[in-house]
Design a protein around this ligand. Sequence first.
Ligand code: GDG
Length: 472
Amino acid sequence: MTRLVVVSNRVASPTETKGSAGGLAVGVFGALKDSGGVWFGWSGDVVSDSVANQGPKLEQDGAVTFATVGLPKKDYDQYYRGFSNATLWPVFHYRNDLAVYDRDEYAGYRRVNSWLAHRAIKLLQPDDVIWVHDYHLIPFGEALRSEGVTNRMGFFLHIPFPSPQILLNIPPHEELVKSLCCYDVVGFQTPGDQAAFHDYIVRHAHGTATADGEVEAFGRKLKTGVYRIGIFPDEIAEQATRGEARQDVMDLKQSLEGRKLIMSVDRLDYSKGLVERFKAFEYFLEKSPEWRGNVTLVQIAPPTRSDVDTYQQIRHNLEYEAGRINGRYSGLDYTPIRYMNQRYDRWKLMSLFRESQIGLVTPLRDGMNLVAKEYVAAQNPDDPGVLVLSQFAGAADEMKGALMVNPHDMVGMSEAIGRALSMPLAERRERYETNMVMLRKYDLGVWRDSFLADLRGVKLNKPLSKRPAGNK
Ligand code: GDG
């Protein structure tokens, strides 16, 4: 099998791939181990120009090379904090109101992508298959192509692809889509994302797109596909049961004193709908006095991107809302919302999922949302909790056993909480089984293998030097 080169903004450390972080890192590493290869990307460090230019730093783990570079402060500000997370992230999550656009940041974004491509070239072999991940790296493939790299190159977008009317808000939208067309395969989380991309190709790029994902635009031919990212359900179940006898989990159970538990776990991000969720829970307590004192919402929200302004704002808002609601409904021995702003071990999260009666997963918009899937896989099959899920998570396409909610509908969310808390065992089991069928059918291995099979099988464009339109 040809070697695989994975490129992502952040590279998991060799220890993370051994299972402590779980999830995606383990899944991608599995593919790398099978074929041998390189995992290339940013180390997460901000360094001086000269240190950055000494990279990549190489670490070997069996047949896999971890290759990382540091980023100078200006590059970090423009590429990561700026265009990636203050422009692309909000717009792709339909939050134009939170997006800022700055030409210099966009120039920095492209410059860093070209610089990263330069750093990666020396690691490439002629037959390598290159798999690039996510919105930070849209122009990475185009930068490689302009250096004459003709390898198979695929791109997977982990977040939603917005409808054209939303995407047009980013001034260089055409350049971004043109960059995507330099890959041989472009993968999306859901059919809706793929359709939005096709829509742009047809209506704004004068290209063509067929229902089975054959796209022609900007002088290039490529394949698009839907690859639903999943989890390894057995790994989650094992982690969830590992915690059963551990002290912290027993302490939490004891402190609940028989109260029902609602669990939410999200990176602290405005796309996750945390403020709306807190308000729905407040409304539930207001309208259901019999539940006051009898149900607790545990929200775990480790901070991310805390140097981006909008993230400071969301943190502030949430602290305010949690304090206000707790002020209203707390008793001497009861706190309705336990809001934790820190990261927990993975096994602990999965164990808490298993102890809870509801998994409340209500993003305003989400590419997939792995927490929803992890929640289900962590349940005790004999007495499973209920997943309450936003219709705007990519996972809603598959998790038909969830109680589906619109996160903008406070009353609807409150009703779903009430219904889930009183749901009979037979219905809970049936819903759990429905979800588990899909979790097994579309697990993380299927996602990875189907993307790579398509990338390895796709008919290649002629070298770009003969087709300059794709690289202008
Ligand atoms: C992006 C897309 C898409 C969370 N808190 C802790 C912790 N986590 C873990 C969860 C889960 C992962 O982080 C979060 O994944 P999500 O999918 O829920 O969301 P994003 O981080 O926004 O991911 C998303 C995903 O990419 C994959 O394609 O599904 O739509 O936005 O695994 O369990 N893990 C630990 N401690 C925590 O406190 N250990």
